[in-house]
Design a protein around this ligand. Structure first.
Ligand SMILES: [Zn+2]
Length: 253
């Protein structure tokens, strides 16, 4: 059975020298993958890759919280319009969320929250799932999310506490584990305690490579192995369930 990746950035410039080769290799090893946007340039890159590789690459587009505050009101509104216009070409809105790790200024955090909420309203209107980036702001992100009626919520590369994970699970959300699980005891414990029905896997490639180089989307195989170890279950069992979960969340046939 082939692996999947629900969150990677193949539009990243790190893949420019060998993107075609990476995608050809991915097609041998993987059933499908999802390329996530985060800024206007990456959003266009994600959609164009999904159009070039229909039925294999899917796109989600959004404004990552650190990036979201860099734009003027006009630019932000234009990007919301871009997402709305391309709603039929995407399988979700993301990555969006809150990042208090990189953004410490209270005024900037307020802009982050306002823009996060505008993106959530849009996802609600478009009936699309959301992919959430939250760093040092997990509890607040989950609280804000609870006020929206979203098709599905994916906590991308989740790094919050067990308590926040339980709250997210109680609200029906999915927890996406990344390749950081290879070197994180905390992630292994969270995976052990997260029901398989709510688990997704991702690499965030080119980031988070366990070997400290350029991560590759098929390295979700490592994530699956670590989750299976943590849960003392078979790898094929974890894999078949995460594939089923991903198809359900993102409406992939
Ligand atoms: Zn990412």
């Amino acid at each position: 059975m082939k692996v999947i990746d629900v969150h990677c950035h193949l539009q990243h410039e790190k893949f420019t020298p060998n993107r075609d080769e990476v995608i050809a290799e991915a097609k041998k090893k993987m059933e499908f993958l999802i390329v996530a946007g985060a800024n206007p340039q990456w959003n266009r890159g994600a959609i164009s890759l999904s159009e070039k590789h229909k039925g294999f690459i899917y796109a989600v587009v959004g404004l990552q919280p650190v990036d979201a505050i860099k734009h003027s009101e006009k630019e932000f509104a234009e990007e919301l319009e871009f997402i709305r216009k391309n709603a039929k070409k995407i399988v979700g809105v993301g990555e969006i969320g809150l990042d208090y790790h990189w953004v410490k200024d209270e005024k900037e955090r307020e802009i982050q929250r306002q823009r996060f909420e505008k993106l959530l309203s849009l996802a609600e209107e478009l009936k699309l799932p959301v992919v959430i980036h939250s760093w040092d702001a997990e509890a607040e992100a989950v609280e804000i999310l609870s006020r929206y009626e979203l098709k599905s919520v994916v906590m991308h590369c989740f790094s919050g506490s067990k308590e926040v994970m339980e709250k997210a699970l109680a609200q029906g959300y999915y927890i996406s584990f990344s390749t950081t699980i290879a070197f994180s005891k905390t992630a292994k414990k969270l995976a052990r305690d997260c029901p398989l029905e709510r688990i997704l896997v991702e690499t965030d490639a080119p980031y988070l490579d366990p070997a400290k180089g350029i991560n590759m989307p098929w390295n979700t195989a490592i994530v699956i192995k670590k989750i299976a170890d943590a849960k003392k279950s078979a790898e094929y069992e974890v894999l078949s369930k995460v594939v089923e979960n991903a198809k359900k969340v993102f409406g992939i046939k």
